[in-house]
Design a protein around this ligand. Structure first.
Ligand code: ADP
Ligand code: MG
Length: 217
């Protein structure tokens, strides 16, 4: 069974569940280094995506990702809203007219992470979601180059996301609200890195459950 954009609804439900499961932890992180609204912002976006449901059915990857990005842009507040929206809109652009496969997805993900970097004027080491997204983009490209199987690719992605998230603990924030705290931001994971990692882990698990051992197509 090939993975199609129809399954996006499964991934959205998995992401929403994961954010619910980690709600208290992520809120505590944003209370420590920001203003405490990160989960609330995300949940507004995820709830909007869950109501799209039928509208996503039958779209190709590019159109579905575009619709998701536009919805996130108008529903998620905070700094993270426009950044997550940028990620999906840029991914949609990069996949337009292209067949979905491991190589094209890895290239599209890389381009979308670059778009987030540009939009947020941030990079690896700034203690943001980019500390998860950048290493994930790198392992996706590496796995595609090596023609690794789906199971192997998902494992590498999950590990890179976890390591990237954990790496934010000892960083001093230099972007976003947490940057106002300077040295005091050290010792906490970045909330956007933690939510990105939780979503990536949930989507990997959902993808794995849908199609163990097969290729993304
Ligand atoms: P706000 O900070 O406006 O309250 P959120 O709480 O929703 O927005 O999101 C905070 C998260 O957004 C941070 O934990 C960080 O991961 C991410 N973030 C903030 N600013 C930037 C930026 N310039 N570049 C990349 N990510 C950022
Ligand atoms: Mg916040």
């Amino acid at each position: 069974m090939p993975i199609t954009a129809t399954q996006i609804n499964t991934f959205i439900a998995a992401a929403a569940k994961s954010i619910r499961d980690h709600e208290n932890e992520i809120t505590a992180l944003d209370q420590a280094t920001g203003d405490g609204d990160h989960v609330y912002n995300l949940q507004r976006g995820l709830a909007a995506l869950e109501t799209l449901d039928d509208e996503l059915e039958g779209l190709d990857w590019s159109d579905a990702l575009q619709k998701i990005g536009m919805n996130l842009m108008s529903t998620v507040g905070g700094a993270s809203g426009s950044l997550f929206a940028t990620l999906f809109i840029a991914m949609s652009k990069a996949l337009r007219g292209k067949e979905m496969n491991a190589e094209h997805f890895a290239e599209a993900f890389k381009q979308s992470v670059d778009a987030v970097r540009k939009r947020g004027k941030a990079d690896a080491g700034d203690k943001t979601m980019l500390d998860v997204l950048i290493p994930v983009a790198a392992v996706l490209q590496e796995a595609a180059r090596e023609a690794a199987g789906l199971t192997e690719t998902l494992q590498r992605v999950e590990q890179a996301a976890e390591k990237g998230c954990e790496s934010t603990r000892d960083m001093i924030a230099s972007r976003g609200r947490a940057a106002f705290l300077g040295e005091r931001s050290r010792g906490h994971l970045d909330p956007g890195a933690r939510s990105s990692q939780a979503i990536i882990a949930a989507v990997c698990a959902a993808l794995s459950a849908l199609q163990t051992g097969a290729r993304l197509s």
